[in-house]
Design a protein around this ligand. Structure first.
Ligand SMILES: CC(C)(COP(=O)(O)OP(=O)(O)OC[C@H]1O[C@@H](n2cnc3c(N)ncnc32)[C@H](O)[C@@H]1OP(=O)(O)O)[C@@H](O)C(=O)NCCC(=O)NCCS
Length: 171
């Protein structure tokens, strides 16, 4: 006979399984997109009220830069970009920098950010990367910490954007 504790344990496993399944489902809806396509999310989320040109990042169109979009019913609701960029503060040989991570406000807290980040990790590992780093907005550091990233150093200001921390994870 199954005890109440066993039942509770099984329910927790089932819950975790379903949560993971949704994340996996979201990951299946992620595709490579162009730098211009990222603007549909970068603009409202990361450059609110600023000219559309402010959505363009240096190096966006390099061959080594990859942009990903998470699609929901054929609309892009989340974006992230991976730049092959070395930060000299880290000794690792092959590094990727994450930039422009954003999920439309009405779709946040549903696991889409997590799916995009895991997709970047998978992609980076397939490219033999050793480390992922980025400058994280202070208000987003909790999200990244949940995903196993660490802050290093003291906070610093990025003009017109706000306070950031350098964060990283060995992959
Ligand atoms: C930060 C952002 C990408 C997170 O996307 P999201 O789809 O809401 O994240 P998820 O739903 O996948 O969250 C994964 C986990 O992180 C948590 N989380 C999400 N945002 C968080 C935050 N700002 N601080 C702390 N925890 C956060 C979630 O609650 C969830 O926790 P759980 O696994 O315990 O349930 C999104 O809120 C966003 O676009 N913010 C504005 C732009 C921004 O700050 N981008 C980062 C620039 S560095």
């Amino acid at each position: 006979m199954t005890s109440a504790i066993d039942k509770e344990f099984n329910m927790k496993i089932l819950y975790l399984y379903l949560v993971e399944k949704n994340i996996l489902k979201s990951m299946q809806n992620i595709s490579k997109i162009s730098s211009q396509e990222t603007f549909t999310v970068r603009h409202p989320v990361l450059r609110t009220g600023k000219p559309i040109e402010s959505c363009s990042f240096e190096g966006d169109d390099l061959e080594t830069t990859t942009h990903f979009g998470l699609f929901l019913k054929e609309s892009i609701i989340g974006v992230v970009s991976l730049f092959e960029a070395t930060n000299k503060l880290f000794p690792q040989k092959k590094q990727f920098q994450i930039r422009g991570m954003a999920v439309l406000k009405e779709h946040t807290k549903q696991g889409f950010g997590k799916a995009l980040l895991l997709h970047c990790e998978k992609y980076s590992i397939n490219q033999d990367a050793n480390l992922i780093w980025f400058n994280a907005r202070t208000e987003a550091t909790g999200f990244y910490e949940k995903m196993g990233y660490q802050k290093t150093g003291t906070p610093f200001d990025i003009k017109d954007v706000g306070e950031h921390y350098l964060m990283f994870k060995l992959v």
